[in-house]
Design a protein around this ligand. Structure first.
Ligand code: HEC
Length: 124
């Protein structure tokens, strides 16, 4: 059965329209979500924890922080981090870089991942 659009009424349409911009990546939300990463990563240049500093990560070659002891897997990954590579890696780190030292299950929520990547892009 097809309902004429007028029957749906503005009450239903307006909230849908209002939700639309929320689908875009949100740097502030990403910064808040980054606390999951901050256990192991700083955003300060040259300051490593359990993981390497993520300062300048977007556009950086994987496994290239000089004073960080990466796994062989990450050293040999051979990609430069961009939004697409980060998206794949953060969805499932161990499936993307088998034997990575990053013990993290990944972020399954698409929106949360996009927010974090948008935040990572600001770290330069
Ligand atoms: C339990 C600690 C831990 C957590 C939590 C963690 N990481 Fe990592 N991360 C690591 C380690 C360790 C490495 C180095 C991996 C290797 O050498 O195989 C790494 C590597 C990386 C790299 C590759 C860095 C490079 O220089 O090539 C990226 C990107 C990254 N992590 C992003 C994240 C993000 C974003 C989060 C949060 C969503 C996160 N990590 C959460 C420990 C962690």
């Amino acid at each position: 059965m097809r309902l004429p659009i007028s029957r749906l009424g503005l009450g239903l349409l307006l909230p849908l329209v209002a939700m639309w911009p929320a689908a875009a990546a949100d740097v502030e939300a990403g910064k808040a979500d980054f606390k999951k990463c901050a256990l192991c990563h700083t955003t300060e240049a040259g300051k490593n924890k359990i993981g390497p500093s993520l300062f300048g990560i977007v556009g950086r070659k994987a496994g290239s922080v000089e004073n960080f002891n990466y796994s062989e897997a990450m050293k040999n990954f051979g990609h430069t981090w961009d939004a697409a590579t980060l998206d794949t890696y953060l969805t499932d780190p161990r499936a993307t870089v088998p034997q990575t030292k990053m013990i993290f299950p990944g972020i399954k929520d698409e929106k949360e991942r996009q927010d974090i990547i948008a935040y990572l892009e600001t770290l330069k």
